[in-house]
Design a binder for this molecule. Sequence first.
Ligand code: M6R
Length: 367
Amino acid sequence: EKGGYETFMLKEMYEQADALADTIFDRVARGDGVDLDEEGALDEAILSRARRIVIVACGTSYHAGLIGRYAIETWARLPVEIDIASEYRYRDPVVGPGDLVIGITQSGETADTLAAMRLARERGATVLAVTNVMGSQATRDADGVLFTRAGLEIGVAATKTFTCQVAVMQLLALRLAELRGCLPAERIAELVAGIRRLPSAVAEALERLGPAVDTLAERWWQGDFFLYLGRHVGLPVALEGALKLKEISYISTDAYAAGEMKHGPIALLDEMTPVICVATDSPVLDKVVSNMQEVRARGAHVIAITTEGNDQIAHHAEAILPVPRTDWMLQPILAVLPLQLLAYGIARRRGLNVDQPRNLAKTVTVE
Ligand code: M6R
């Protein structure tokens, strides 16, 4: 059942290209645009009516939501609020008609996410579920559903469902942009082409990253603290990388907006600290590079996720993990791959059961 892989998590990481192809292709089959209603589970009128978007989710799904926020704001020019579901449900949120509340939940059964969705619906908002499981509670509680088509995920650590959630949020953002007439047709066509290329880019990345990730895992598996830094869409990637490492290797991690480093976490740095920086090409890359220099000046070790072909960043890092180039808003799907693999390599070297980490459940049906 593991298809020759040593663990479900490893199998599921390597299934990401196929899972993304299944999630993406039907939805970009018609010419240069996006179609989200091909399963009849989403009436696009609910998208046209939205005046504001609210995203609620937990854990890894929340990180996918953070990436979705950048895409929706940038492409569709709609205001987006996002909160952790367990916080949202207890803060008496201002929500109602005109709001489209998106609950992102792989399992479709997470108690806090369902409660946040129900609360919003009671207050008159329209609710959309983004889930991987047909027939799950989230599909029954929502006005519309967008499925990730990642296939069953058994490893407790979300991997393929995360990249598929990000793809769905990007497709949704593009569709909203189309419906609202926010982006020129050429830009939409360019982004659709970029999204279509993601599955093969993921396959390439997974194929090429192995040796570099192994070297790093071997160097750092005994570490006791890792800091992750990123800006803009690189920030949720950093958050997700830090979560992957802590949940399967039990190593303490912190993830921060790189610009916040000097407001506190820089005090943690010393000659023993590996700092993972998401430094793929983007309009904020120069800023990330300055943060990398600050890290090095404290004697800590920079490991940078970079874009293939950008040879400059290597001068500022002790090690680099390059991923294929794509539009910078789409980069998270590729940039997270080396972080998943690195967490895996470290946890396995520590002899841990990555498929069933201690204290964690795949589906959290109690709050
Ligand atoms: O099923 P959900 O997406 O609602 O689950 C939410 C979180 O429990 C989940 O993403 C968790 O953080 C991951 N398993 C971590 O890898």
